[in-house]
Design a protein around this ligand. Structure first.
Ligand code: CUA
Length: 180
């Protein structure tokens, strides 16, 4: 028996309710992630010459790692490269705003910090910047999560989150993991 026009209309209405509901759930999930969990796509567009990172002001070897800036802002600078992080361990204070700034001299890498909202790609020619607050203390794993070559699976670093009282910058405002 052929469906009547009325049946077709009802079927279409039913499906529009299902699809409308699904769209509402997805949009609500996106808004919840963005507004409540602070999970947002990276939006920092800042260029840098990947060929001269080691000569630039900011990403020279001596300026990498964590530094308390003049205004009190804690900034951690990291160079990601095939197949290591420089430095391989960084210290950050808990429950305080921290800015991570990362760049790459070679290929695209990606990082996340386990158990936090830190997750970004690192693209040669750009500075990736993430603002976050680490709430749990301890050693967090920061692996490269973008396939970057044969050593990709060995590419990871440690983010050591310490209580504010144990976060002791030196005279220059720098804090580094002790050398093994
Ligand atoms: Cu760097 Cu994968």
């Amino acid at each position: 028996m052929a469906a009547s026009e009325r049946d077709i209309l009802r079927s279409e209405l039913r499906w529009s309710v299902v699809v409308g509901g699904a769209v509402t759930v997805i949009v609500a999930a996106v808004l919840y992630a963005a507004l409540a969990l602070h999970v947002n796509p990276p939006s920092n567009i800042e260029t840098i010459d990947p060929k001269t990172l080691h000569l630039s002001d900011e990403f020279t070897e001596a300026n990498l790692g964590t530094k308390v800036e003049a205004g009190g802002q804690v900034t951690t600078r990291i160079v990601t490269t095939q197949f290591a992080f420089d430095p391989p361990c960084v210290i950050v204070p808990a429950n305080e705003p921290v800015t991570l700034r990362l760049t790459s001299p070679d290929v695209i890498h990606g990082i996340l910090v386990a158990g936090t909202n830190v997750n970004t790609m690192i693209i040669p020619g750009y500075v990736s910047q993430v603002h976050t607050v680490f709430t749990k203390t301890g050693d967090l794993l920061m692996p490269c999560h973008e396939f970057c070559g044969l050593g990709h699976s060995q590419m990871w670093a440690t983010v050591r989150v310490v209580p504010r009282e144990s976060f002791r910058p030196d005279a220059e405002g720098r804090v580094a993991c002790e050398k093994p």
